[in-house]
Write a protein that binds this ligand. Structure first.
Ligand code: DWN
Length: 415
């Protein structure tokens, strides 16, 4: 059996239907955070199919293939705490949750996929007791060094059962940018139901499918993100586990995210007008038909050809181009667009883990941000476009001196 069949899904992960409509194929490529050391450049790099389908029964958008998590998350090179945008975002999230749900000092806050403890630290500093759960050993150690107690494990229903049997019943469970990474999402829901205190709230935040489609954010489709959620399939998922979404909040992080508030069906939580309105908006977008997905795929093909033309045109003028932000999405953009070191000389990035490494598949070297100021190239392809404001502000001097940024989405733009 070929690798592409080995990981291919046959049924929707929420409703188990086999009516899966494929609509975008980005080709086979290495996992997006699979950065390489120099000595590994000539070794074989596993490539996995990267394509999306939509279930024509519950309308969950999902990857056609699921790569085993241990091949992506054991030594994870993504920490949110390098960006002031995310630090502000998590601080505000903690504040809003405390103001609205008023956890008492002895109430426990658990974060699933707690990474390096960034979010939990904002609760901890306000006197609340916190506990992280994360499978990446390197990040769990970083979190513990910050004083955030962390269980180094994937979140599963059996872990939840074991914790609940010891009296662990958190008032608040958070999960930011992690639920889309979980294949057995029913197991995750059973875990939430077991662990969450009776009147507790599960706060789940993830990139929103509506933003992805409307802003052509095809590079946020990668092997780690198994599901691309809109509200309606999520509502039917939670309903199967005695849970319900009762409110939401939209934000611009990561190209447009949505935060949903989930409680037990018969709890004190009441469904908000905002939720009813957003459900109406989804209906008006015909997300329960093939059309929006087919049109998205057409726009993506136009976009990537345009980007390739712009980059090759700049090179033909004898100008130099580098990349900014060795992000997972950036690696999808490079591999899908077949953009390698013939076009992009190097990439600068603020994360020390990634510096002096090479990008997966395209083998472009990654250096500290300071190299941009020293080297003064003509153009910069902004691969971390979700941090555009923060990065453009940081590189104001480069721009004042005539340096130009190339934005790849929603359309190719030079600023
Ligand atoms: O779901 C996920 C999303 C939320 O974040 C994770 N699975 C993986 C990750 O995706 P990503 O790698 O695309 O994340 P970022 O945070 O968009 O990557 C930004 C990159 O840009 C980082 O490597 C850091 C770098 N950066 C920089 O060099 N200078 C970021 C900022 C703000 C900067 O000023």
């Amino acid at each position: 059996m070929s690798q592409s069949d080995q990981y291919k899904i046959k049924n929707c992960r929420i409703c188990k239907s086999d009516k899966l409509f494929p609509f975008l194929d980005l080709g086979a490529m290495p996992v997006p955070n699979g950065f390489l050391k120099k000595e590994a450049l000539n070794e074989d790099e596993p490539r996995y199919p990267l394509a999306t389908c939509v279930c024509e029964s519950c309308w969950l958008v999902q990857l056609t293939h699921v790569i085993p998590p241990e091949q992506m998350f054991s030594n994870y090179l993504y920490i949110p705490s390098t960006s002031s945008t995310m630090l502000d975002h998590f601080n505000t999230l903690a504040l809003k949750v405390i103001e609205r749900f008023r956890p008492r000092v002895d109430d426990l806050i658990i974060d699933i996929g707690s990474n390096d403890g960034t979010l939990l630290n904002f609760f901890r500093k306000r006197g609340l007791s916190v506990l992280g759960i994360d499978p990446a050993n390197n990040l769990a150690q970083l979190a513990r060094m910050k004083g955030v107690n962390t269980i180094n494990s994937l979140f599963t229903a059996s872990l939840a059962k074991e914790m609940a049997s010891k009296g662990v019943r958190p008032k608040v469970i958070t999960a930011t940018n992690v639920i889309a990474h979980i294949h057995d999402i029913h197991d995750m829901c059973e875990g939430i139901k077991t662990l969450l205190a009776e009147e507790g709230v599960f706060v789940m935040e993830f990139p929103y499918l509506v933003d992805l489609l409307q802003s052509n954010e095809f590079d946020t489709i990668y092997h780690e993100h198994l599901s691309y959620f809109s509200l309606s399939p999520l509502i039917s998922l939670f309903d199967q586990h005695g849970l319900m979404i009762f409110d939401l909040f939209r934000s611009s992080v990561h190209g447009g995210s949505i935060r949903v508030f989930v409680g037990r069906k018969n709890s004190i939580h009441k469904i908000s007008i905002a939720l009813e309105k957003q459900l109406e908006d989804e209906k008006n977008l015909n997300l329960d038909s093939r059309k929006p997905y087919q049109e998205f795929a057409e726009r993506v093909a136009i976009n990537i050809n345009q980007l390739s033309e712009v980059l090759r045109g700049i090179k033909a003028e004898g100008k130099r181009i580098i990349g900014y932000g060795a992000s997972a999405k950036g690696n999808v953009l490079l591999n899908y667009g077949r953009i390698s070191n013939d076009l992009i000389e190097y990439i600068v990035d603020s994360i020390s883990y990634k510096q002096w490494m090479y990008t997966p598949g395209t083998h472009i070297p990654i250096y500290p941000e300071e190299k941009l100021e020293q080297d003064n190239p003509d153009y910069v392809l902004l691969m971390a476009w979700n941090f555009k404001d923060e990065i453009l502000k940081k590189q104001a001097k480069f721009r004042e001196a005539g340096g130009r940024f190339i934005l790849p989405v929603p359309q190719v733009q030079i600023i």
